[in-house]
Write a protein that binds this ligand. Structure first.
Ligand code: 23J
Ligand code: MN
Length: 264
């Protein structure tokens, strides 16, 4: 099959509905949950603001439009290598310089929903990933690895989504070893989470602080956060479209993440 045939088959599948588009982005607005950092570290992500410029009225009779104020790492978003100090020197490490070929890629979806429901501090280990590969097939070079926790069910409630108490946030994520394995041995494209960031809630206190950020971006690879609807994706076989805005020197960007899946 030539690439032209492949694209023609895909065009048919999109038009006849046998390929379904799953929306993997959360609503982006003033109520979107945002990352809270410890006060001694930095300012938090600013609140998302949507301001009306005009709405079919005196200031523009025929049109409506808004202006926005928001952090790059707001809502369902993309982390570029320049987000972290370990990736700061890559010439293709900001959102405007990443090769767009990497914005469309196969996705491996590791279902940790049961574990995350039982333990909000659940950490995915290399043993888990290898067992998943034995069951579903190897993770291949250039593919996304997405951790399904069904955490998107808390997206409309910031307190539940962040799940913080006096000991800090409690949300699931990867061990440092998993990210190291995915980067060094699997040459994965990146790592995606359904929580506020790519790292576990407790990851600020790990031996390498925020290991997903540290190790993904050190490898000039990418992160996705606050993904939704991963329960609708097969373990293998989905194509994920995750493209950041082309913000000049941007370290990340909100995205409309879309998964192409077989309609069953
Ligand atoms: C800045 C500092 C720490 C973290 C983050 C941002 C994120 O999770 C993010 O959105 O990239 S952990
Ligand atoms: Mn981010």
């Amino acid at each position: 099959m030539t690439a032209t045939d492949t694209l023609a088959a895909m065009a048919l599948g999109l038009l006849d509905g046998s390929i379904r588009v799953v929306d993997c982005s959360a609503p982006l607005g003033p109520d979107t949950p945002l990352l809270k950092l410890p006060p001694e570290l930095a300012d938090d992500t600013p609140k998302i603001e949507i301001h009306e410029i005009s709405r079919y009225g005196d200031r523009g009779p025929f049109w409506a439009w808004n202006w926005l104020k928001l952090g790059e790492h707001s809502g369902t978003h993309y982390d570029a290598p320049h987000h972290w100090i370990t990736g700061k020197d890559y010439p293709d490490g900001s959102v405007d310089t990443v090769n767009p070929q990497f914005f469309v890629a196969p996705a491996n979806v590791i279902d940790c929903s049961r574990e995350a429901a039982e333990d909000p501090d659940f950490l995915l280990t290399v043993e888990h990933v290898k067992a998943w590969e034995a069951e579903h097939g190897a993770i291949k070079e250039g593919e996304w690895v997405l951790m399904r926790t069904d955490w998107d069910q808390y997206n409309t409630d910031e307190a539940k989504f962040l799940n913080a108490d006096e000991t800090g946030p409690h949300t699931p994520g990867p061990t440092a070893e998993v990210i190291q394995y995915l980067m060094d041995e699997k040459k994965a494209l990146g790592w995606g989470s359904q929580c506020i960031g790519t790292d576990a809630g407790a990851a600020g206190g790990f031996a390498i602080p925020f290991p997903a950020h540290n190790l993904l971006h050190k490898a000039n690879r990418y992160g996705l956060a606050s993904l939704t609807n991963l329960r609708e994706l097969p373990a293998k076989g989905a194509i994920l479209i995750a493209a950041p805005l082309k913000i000049v020197n941007g370290t990340g960007s909100p995205i409309r993440a879309l998964a192409l899946v077989p309609a069953t």
